[in-house]
Structure formats: structure tokens, C-alpha cells
Write a new protein. Structure first.
Length: 875
């Protein structure tokens, strides 16, 4: 609510100005923003009261007491019961309210109506009433339930906003200050009580009345007994005037009326500010005209007869004319080269149409480009300009380079590149011929491979630079342009004019291109007539030559890259390899077609993000790979190798190996992962099959060992029975058996002994195979040999065997294996001797840092090589 002080004053006595603060407003934009906020404030500023909840019978009559209704209207139950509540409505609103009820009762639909309801203090408030019918379970209408909402403040806000809009539109349309003030008074009077009228008074800095708004209800002002004054101030706090509110009654304006006057009074400051800005604009315009006559930029002024009236120093310099020679002279006579040019047409258009013009034009007598702005006034055409020749040259150069780039970008053939650059350069500089040449190792001989000519013959062929003068060769090798304006008069061509004549070169610009310090190529433009080459033309030829060489190199590199890419693609296809790149922050992944093929996808089928890769990988493998990637990124590692199973579209799996590198930003953040996937399905399948076979073999060996162990023990029992009973037969029937029976018993006993030895050897063999490798401990080979000699002592003594052994090492081997090996070798040497006493030599020599070579030599019959693996494999 407003916190300003509002006072009253009797007209017959001196009026007391009561202060009322307003928002300081100085410009139109600020006021518009404040008024928009004011509109929003008043639209949302409602006098918050609890909605009046009411119930009526089916016919719309109140049948129950309603404390809210009584509190708001002051009516008793006896007064508002039935249809008595209509008495609290404004008389003009009762009929349409009843009509709304009748329509709602007829349709049995929602009831809604706007009317004015008299509050207990006598003020009518705008009400929005709404209600809905309530039906019983059998569908019969029982009652109506609804509420009444006070929308007075919202309606007032709408009216105030509309008044603001009309006033602001008047200001924006350029209405006079008087008209704006009159409209303001009328708008205030529409919104306040009918008993009041308004007026606006404006004063100058001395307090003198300078403007006022007319009263629309002047008679009311004459009968007024009290008035209230609201000051209007600018941003600096200066008093601009007041808004006066007159009344015939002494009742103080309510908050709403004060807000209306305060809000609309802001437009007074806006109107005054607009008036002041308009005056300031006029003053500024006059000042600008004066300033333009004294600026240091190039400037001159022309009167209506195109006579110079002012020329500043900068204009003297650019025009290369003294101001004394120009003042009073006609522009078109002083500079006849401007007649029928842009200068002529634009100046006449500015004066004819009364508009400012801005254009760029080339003035050939001064060989320069100028940026010109001309501003007309009734008596003077003010012109300022500046030399933009350098900018135009830069633009021309940039345009030429863009032209070359556009033309050569799609080309990869060096001959096409040289041809198009020669043509564009020749046409751009207006020459008769342009030629490109490759230079040989001697940096003198050149092959002119591409040229473009206009009305002159081609000169493709092999030449030397010194044919065109020693100076030409020297400058080319130094990387400097060789420029000839006229070969018939140039002293440097006196001795070599015949080659110039033969090639129809009268004027030439030749530039060289170097690579790694060596003269490798040249580009030249030729003219069949003498020509004064401009520096920017020489520069353009040099740029064209450089661009030609760069384009040829680019084409060569492009071809090489394409060849390498093709070879790489073929290698990837042959090796079943596909590559990828993952931009980690963007989660963007690029697959090569070869990689898509490894996943069984068509080219372009991969969606390009991590989730799309994940759905193509066996879930457990995907989790494991992502965990490895996470560990890599956390530890800032660069390399990663991993294996996983890709799920192909047909549901089968394919083993792939990934090899990747990570790249990090200078801040250590991961940026990308680049790598390849390799098809290892065949190898992986073979490894898995081998592992499965080994596992099955281990199980078979275990079963075999168990069987051999059990069988050997099971066989020993019946073998002992055979041996025991054979011995018993020999003892009991020793003298009763003939020789043949004795022989049979001997055979039986010997067979039992041999069987016992076989069973014992079988047990030793199974023990040798079953000993796990992880139980190996170092063993002395000499100690094992002594054990063997002890075991075979009887056979050694009986056969007269000689055993010689050199130094033997300590070996990392199962002792039982080495014992069995040496014992078998020594035993075989004794058993399979060649008729001479056995002689056995045992030695050891280092095979490398970790291996020893054991040698057992004897003078027996030996072992055939093809049986070596079969005999020694288990050891």
C-alpha cells in the first residue's frame, strides 16, 4: 500500500502542498518497464478475503445460516434467506444475476456470474460467483454449492493498465505535451470517485507555471472544498510540477485512488522527459553540424550549386589539392573524373531525396578507393571520406585466394591444378599468358608443363632461366620476383631479347617457389605489350604461385594418404582388424566399416555411443572391460589390452581382443580412447579346446594312475598265492616229482617273480607320472647315481661293469624321475652288452644358464633314434 502522506486544504485558505513520493523517471524505457511491473503488481494485488462459501436449495434459495455472508454483507439470516440475498446486489445487477441462475437451473450445469455486491460498509465490490449442482444417489438435485470471490482489485488493475496504455500510446505517437496532460487528467477522473476531478500543473526551475492540463469536470473543481497535491519529480529530485485531485467532500482518497494518481503521474515525468530530449536532440544536431566543419578527418562541404564552402586539412592531403584552390570552385569542374560516376549519382541522390548516403568508389586519377558518407541539409551537403585502398587490396587478395581455393579444392591431378590456377591468375590480373613450370635439380632448367593463353600461342616445353637473362636466374634462385615492364627497353634483357621475342613476352612477372631451401617451381604472367606492373599485382602472382605449389603438394599428400588408407583397410580386412575412436566427454564413438563387420553389422549400423557398444557385448565381459577402462582412467594409464565376447546379430559369440591408448588433456582429464579390435575367435576357441583336452587328459591320467595302483595291489595277492603254493609243492613233493614236473614248478616260480617285478615297475611308473611339478626340490645328481649303483650292485659285480662319472650338478628335477632314468640306462647298458664287460661313462655340461646336458655313454648295442621319445618321454 502507498506510504505517502496525503493532506487536505480548503480553497479559501492558502493551499498546503502535501508531499507524495513518486518513482524517479527520466527516460521512456525506464518508465515502460516500471509501468509493466506496476501492471503485474496490481493484477496480482487482491484484497485477500476468504471466499464466501454458500449453499442453496435446488431452486437457488439460501436455506442455512452463512457466517461468511453475514460478515461480508452485514445481512442477517432473515434478510438473505431464500432469495433475499439478491437485496445485497447492486440494483443494476440483480436481473442478469437471476437470469444466470435460471439458465443454470434449467441446464443443471455450472453457474457463474459477475455482479456488484454491497459490503457491510456500503461499498460495492466486484464479485465473481460460481457454483455447481449436487445430486443425490438416485440422480435428483439436492442443492447448489459455490463461492464468491472478490475481484475488485483485479478489475481496477485492468482499468489502470488500460489507462496507462492509452497515455503511453499518446506519448509514443508524438502528441504534444498539452494533449498528454489533458488526456492524463481525463484518465484519472475515469478511475477515481465521481465526486473528484484532477488537474496537472508544470513549473520551471524558478517555480513559474509553464503548462497545465485542462479539467474535464471543471464545474466539479469549482464546487470543490478540498484538494490533494501529488508532486512530480525528475531523476535528480527536481520538482517538475504537481497532480491535483479535487473533491467536494472532505473524505481522504483511498489507497486505490492514491495509487491511480501516483501511477499515472509517472507519465507526466515521461512526457516532460520526452519534450526535453526532443529539444536536446535539436541542439545536438546543430552542434554536430558545427563539429563536422572542424573535424580532423577528411571532410568538405558543398552548397546548393556544388561549390566547395569548406575543405579541411585531411581532405587536402587525400585529394592532393590546396583548399585555396578548391573553395568557391564547382566540384565537377575541379574533379571532372567524378562526373557520371558513383560520386555524381550518389551526391545527387542524397540532395534530391534528402537522405544520407554511404558508398565506396574508385577514383582512377588518384588510383585509390574511398569510403564516402554524405549528409544533406537544406543549404549544405556535408561529405566526409577516407582512403580505403589498402583494405580493398586486402579484400581483393582474399577474394582471389578464396577463388583459387574453391577451384582447386576438389582437384587431385597436378596437371588440372596448374591449368586452373594459370587460367584464374591470367584472367584476374588481365595478362595474356600465365605459365607454371617444374624446376630441375640444377635450379636452372625448367619444364613448362601448364599454361593458359589468351590470343597468344602456348609455349610448353623445356627451357633454362639464363636464356632470359642472368638477372632472371639470380632472382629466381634467391626467391625474389623478376619483373620486366618492357623487354625491349630493359637493360637486363639487352643480350637475350631474342628468346623474349620468340615467346612473345614483352612484359613479365616471374616468381619462384622453394622447398627446404631449394628452388623447385616457378609461375609467370606474360604480356605481349609493355605494362607497368603494380606491387599488388606482383604480390597476387606470388600468392598464386605459392598456392599452386601448395595445392600440388596437397594433392600428392592426399593421394598418398588415400593409398595408405586403402592399404590399411586391406590389411585390416585381411587381418580381421577394425579400429575405433571414442571421444570420452561427448560419448561419441566412431567405428570403421571393418570393425562393424567384426560385430556382424552392416556399414553405418553402429549408433555411435558407449551404450550401443555395450549391448553388442556379452554382459559379464562388458562389465569386466568397463572396469578395466575405469581403472586405466583412474590411474591415468595410457595403454590397455582386454578380451571379450561380441554378441553377433544371429546370437552367436565371437572372441575379440582390444588394444587401445588413452589421451588426456593438459589438466589430466580423459579426452579420447583410440584402438583396434582383433578377431581372435579361432585362436581363443583352440586355446579353450586345448584347455578342455588337457583337463580331460588330467582326469584320464588320474583315473589311469588309480587303476594302475589298484591293479598292482590287487594282482600281488594272487601272485603271492601262486608263488607260495609253488614253493610248498617243491618242498612237500621234492622227492616225488620227476624232472619234468620239477621244471614246470621252476617255470611257475620264475614267472611269478617276473610278474612281481613287472608289478613293482608299474607302481614306480605311476609314481613317476603322478609326482606334481610344483613339489620339485633341488637334488644332487651324484647322490642319485650312487643310489643307482647301490641298487644294481649285484648286476654290476656279476657283469664286471665299469662306471666312470665326472662332476655332476645339482638339478631342479624330481629325484624319482632322475633315479628311474639313470637306473634304466645303467641297467640297459649291463643287460644289452656286446660280449665285452660293460663300460659306462656319465658326464654333465651346461646347455645354457638354466639347463644342463647329461650324457650316458656305453659300449653296448645302443638304442635306435626312432625309439628315443617312446623310451624317455615320461622323464
Amino acid at each position: 500500500m502507498l506510504d505517502d502522506t496525503i493532506g487536505t486544504a480548503e480553497p479559501e485558505r492558502p493551499t498546503t502542498l502535501m508531499t507524495h513520493r513518486t518513482e524517479e523517471v527520466t527516460d521512456y524505457t525506464r518508465v515502460i518497464e516500471q509501468l509493466e511491473r506496476s501492471e503485474q503488481r496490481y493484477r496480482t494485488l487482491l484484497e485477500t478475503i476468504s471466499p464466501l462459501i454458500w449453499t442453496t436449495d435446488g431452486a437457488g434459495g439460501m436455506v442455512a445460516e452463512n457466517a461468511g455472508w453475514t460478515s461480508f454483507t452485514g445481512q442477517t439470516f432473515e434478510q438473505y434467506s431464500g432469495w433475499g440475498w439478491l437485496e445485497a446486489l447492486h440494483p443494476d445487477d440483480r436481473e442478469h444475476t437471476q437470469q444466470a441462475w435460471r439458465e443454470a437451473l434449467d441446464r443443471l450445469q455450472r453457474y457463474q456470474c459477475n455482479y456488484r455486491l454491497r459490503r457491510h460498509d456500503g461499498e460495492y465490490r466486484d464479485i465473481l460467483a460460481s457454483g455447481v449442482p449436487v445430486f443425490s444417489g438416485d440422480g435428483k438435485l439436492q442443492e447448489w454449492v459455490g463461492n464468491c470471490a472478490d475481484i475488485t482489485e483485479s478489475r481496477r488493475a485492468e482499468l489502470l493498465h488500460a489507462a496507462q496504455r492509452r497515455t503511453l500510446e499518446s506519448i509514443s505517437e508524438g502528441a504534444s505535451l498539452t494533449a498528454v496532460l489533458d488526456l492524463l487528467c481525463a484518465e484519472v477522473e475515469k478511475l477515481v470517485s465521481a465526486k473528484r476531478c484532477a488537474s496537472v500543473l508544470l513549473i520551471d526551475e524558478n517555480g513559474k507555471l509553464i503548462q497545465h492540463g485542462e479539467l474535464s469536470r471543471a464545474s466539479d473543481a469549482e464546487n470543490a472544498t478540498v484538494c490533494w497535491w501529488f508532486p512530480v519529480r525528475d531523476r535528480a529530485g527536481h520538482l517538475l510540477g504537481t497532480v491535483a485531485l479535487y473533491s467536494s467532500e472532505a473524505d481522504t482518497p483511498g489507497d486505490y485512488e492514491a495509487a491511480v494518481v501516483n501511477t499515472l503521474a509517472q507519465t507526466v515525468a515521461l512526457a516532460v522527459s520526452r519534450e526535453q530530449m526532443e529539444r536536446a536532440r535539436i541542439v545536438a544536431r546543430d552542434q554536430a553540424t558545427s563539429i563536422l566543419e572542424s573535424i580532423t578527418d577528411a571532410f568538405y562541404a558543398l552548397d546548393t550549386d556544388w561549390l566547395f564552402t569548406y575543405v579541411n586539412k585531411a581532405a587536402e592531403n587525400l585529394l592532393q589539392r590546396k583548399r585555396e584552390d578548391l573553395i568557391g570552385r564547382n566540384l565537377w569542374e575541379a574533379f571532372p573524373g567524378t562526373v557520371d560516376t558513383n560520386f555524381w549519382h550518389e551526391y545527387h541522390r542524397a540532395r534530391r531525396d534528402g537522405i544520407a548516403v554511404h558508398f565506396e568508389a574508385f577514383y582512377s586519377p588518384l588510383d585509390g578507393w574511398f569510403d564516402v558518407r554524405a549528409y544533406p541539409s537544406p543549404q549544405v551537403l556535408s561529405v566526409y571520406f577516407r582512403n580505403i585502398t589498402e583494405r580493398k587490396r586486402a579484400e581483393r587478395k582474399a577474394g582471389f585466394l578464396a577463388l583459387l581455393d574453391d577451384a582447386t579444392r576438389p582437384l587431385n591431378d597436378p596437371e588440372q591444378i596448374t591449368q586452373i590456377i594459370a587460367q584464374l591468375t591470367c584472367e584476374f590480373v588481365g595478362a595474356d599468358r600465365c605459365a607454371y613450370a617444374d624446376v630441375e635439380e640444377d635450379e636452372n632448367t625448367f619444364n613448362l608443363t601448364g599454361d593458359y593463353s589468351r590470343n597468344v600461342p602456348t609455349i610448353k616445353g623445356r627451357y633454362t632461366f639464363d636464356q632470359f637473362g642472368d638477372e632472371c636466374l639470380r632472382l629466381m634462385r634467391e626467391g625474389r620476383p623478376y619483373v620486366v615492364q618492357d623487354s625491349e627497353t630493359d637493360e637486363r634483357t639487352v643480350k637475350v631479347r631474342e628468346p623474349y621475342r620468340a615467346t612473345q613476352i614483352r612484359a613479365v612477372v616471374c616468381v619462384s617457389m622453394k622447398k627446404a631451401g631449394r628452388f623447385v617451381a616457378a609461375l609467370a604472367v606474360h604480356q605481349t605489350t609493355p605494362r607497368q606492373w603494380k606491387p599488388d599485382e606482383v604480390e597476387l602472382v606470388q600468392l598464386a604461385g605459392d598456392r599452386c605449389w601448395e595445392s600440388i603438394e596437397r594433392a600428392r599428400v592426399t593421394r598418398e594418404l588415400r593409398n595408405r588408407e586403402q592399404r590399411l583397410r586391406l590389411a585390416q580386412q585381411a587381418g580381421r582388424i577394425g579400429s575405433f575412436e571414442w571421444l570420452i566427454p561427448q560419448d561419441s564413438i566412431v567405428w570403421t566399416p571393418e570393425l562393424e563387420a567384426l560385430y556382424g553389422e552392416a556399414e553405418g549400423a553402429f549408433e555411435g555411443d558407449l551404450a550401443s557398444w555395450r549391448k553388442r557385448v556379452q554382459p559379464d565381459d562388458a562389465e569386466h572391460v568397463l572396469s578395466q577402462i575405469g581403472d586405466c582412467l583412474r590411474d591415468k594409464r595410457s595403454d590397455l589390452t582386454y578380451e571379450f565376447r561380441a554378441v553377433l546379430p544371429n546370437g552367436t559369440h565371437r572372441w575379440l581382443r582390444g588394444q587401445a591408448q588413452f589421451q588426456y588433456s593438459p589438466q589430466g582429464e580423459p579426452e579420447r580412447m583410440i584402438g583396434v579390435n582383433i578377431d581372435i575367435d579361432v585362436q581363443k576357441t583352440a586355446v579353450l579346446a586345448l584347455e578342455q583336452s588337457n583337463a580331460e587328459l588330467r582326469r584320464a591320467n588320474e583315473d589311469l594312475n588309480q587303476f594302475a595302483y589298484s591293479a598292482s595291489h590287487d594282482l600281488q595277492e594272487p601272485l603271492r598265492m601262486v608263488s607260495i603254493y609253488s614253493q610248498m609243492l617243491q618242498r612237500r613233493y621234492k622227492n616225488q616229482l620227476d624232472e619234468q614236473a620239477e621244471a614246470y614248478l621252476g617255470f611257475t616260480t620264475q614267472g611269478a617273480r617276473r610278474m612281481e617285478l613287472l608289478i613293482r615297475d608299474l607302481l614306480v611308473y605311476t609314481q613317476a607320472v603322478a609326482v606334481p611339478q610344483e613339489t620339485i626340490v633341488p637334488v644332487s645328481a651324484r647322490a642319485v647315481l650312487d643310489h643307482v649303483i647301490s641298487n644294481l650292485k649285484g648286476a654290476i659285480d656279476e657283469s664286471g661293469t665299469t662306471i666312470e662319472a665326472g662332476p655332476l650338478p645339482v638339478l631342479g628335477i624330481q629325484e624319482v624321475h632322475l633315479l628311474q632314468l639313470l637306473q634304466n640306462l645303467v641297467s640297459n647298458a649291463i643287460k644289452y652288452r656286446a660280449g665285452l664287460p660293460p663300460r659306462i661313462e656319465i658326464s654333465a655340461t651346461p646347455a645354457d644358464k638354466q639347463m644342463w646336458k647329461l650324457c650316458v655313454r656305453d659300449n653296448g648295442i645302443g638304442i635306435a633314434p626312432q625309439y628315443a621319445v617312446q623310451i624317455f618321454g615320461i622323464f
